[in-house]
Design a protein. Structure first.
Length: 295
């Protein structure tokens, strides 16, 4: 862990050991960069664009799919790829194109589906091919989970389809993601089973907007942490600065040189922070960047 060195890092900038233009700033979206209305404020847009114009490398890291965030970020002059879907995708916002994707093995995906089924649950299965993302599900009840079954998903995905058996889909297409949202106590036993499945990771976190818990399964190579390391190598950045508020941000914060959280962050996440910023409704991340970049 490389957190807790805010003052030392500022001194390193002063001494010329770090070049701020060689620092990668990575922010979560929901509850961090986005306010409680799931929007990015005009103030935050202005600050980010001024910082980017001065040479700041700024990326986002989110559980959202590309179609769940690109339109919300269109006013930001994003020239750095983003980490999307908890690290499943690296996404070029300028070209609106997925540039890298991590698939789940067929065997592991089937075992994960069975883990849900043993607890009376069905889940969304996402696949990715050259023609885009598709979503499959076998229970109409899932259509109420608008975090996954959204208007944007219906518009943007290659296919969103109710099927009799998602296992048949997994025999033909490349799975990248499995998802379900529900009550914590219902999903915890599923997590215990997922712990025993090889080659996968999962994210289990609170949806800050509806109070339910999200359980999202993906390749062990596709965590926010692994995607961040990949992005750091791609951009040849010396320092990583992370902003986050939720459990699925912890893996990034553990490898960051500096981590900051908004005042609304979960208590477990605050423990990893070098500093607590203003909450997401008061532009905490942007105000910090305005201070650091003097814009």
């Amino acid at each position: 862990m490389r957190n807790g060195f805010e003052q030392d890092s500022k001194n390193l900038f002063t001494w010329g050991i770090y070049d701020m233009k060689n620092t990668l700033y990575v922010s979560d979206l929901d509850g961090t960069l986005f306010n409680s209305s799931k929007k990015i404020s005009e103030r935050t847009v202005q600050i980010l664009n001024r910082c980017i114009a001065k040479g700041m490398k700024f990326a986002v890291a989110t559980a959202r799919m590309p179609y769940g965030c690109d339109y919300r970020l269109k006013e930001i002059n994003m020239d750095t790829p983003g980490i999307l879907t908890n690290g499943v995708f690296l996404y070029d916002f300028q070209r609106e194109k997925i540039i890298a994707a991590e698939a789940v093995s067929q065997k592991s995906a089937l075992e994960a589906v069975d883990a849900f089924r043993r607890h009376g649950l069905s889940c969304f299965v996402y696949t990715y091919e050259e023609n885009g993302i598709s979503i499959y599900y076998e229970d109409e009840v899932l259509q109420a989970q608008t975090q996954y079954y959204s208007d944007r998903a219906l518009e943007s995905c290659e296919e969103v389809k109710l099927v009799e058996d998602v296992r048949e889909v997994l025999a033909e297409k490349k799975p990248v993601y499995l998802a379900y949202t529900g009550f914590k106590e219902v999903l915890e036993p599923v997590c215990e089973e997922l712990d025993n499945i090889e080659e996968i990771s999962y994210s289990f976190y609170l949806n800050v907007y509806n109070g339910w818990y999200c359980l999202e399964v993906f390749s062990e190579k596709a965590s926010k942490k692994n995607a961040l390391l990949k992005l750091q190598d791609l951009l040849k950045c010396q320092e990583i600065v992370v902003f986050g508020d939720n459990l699925n941000d912890i893996s990034m914060m553990e490898i960051a040189d500096r981590s900051y959280v908004p005042a609304n962050a979960l208590a477990e996440v605050k423990k990893l922070a070098a500093r607590i910023l203003a909450d997401c409704d008061h532009d905490g991340v942007a105000e910090f960047l305005a201070e650091e970049w003097e814009v």
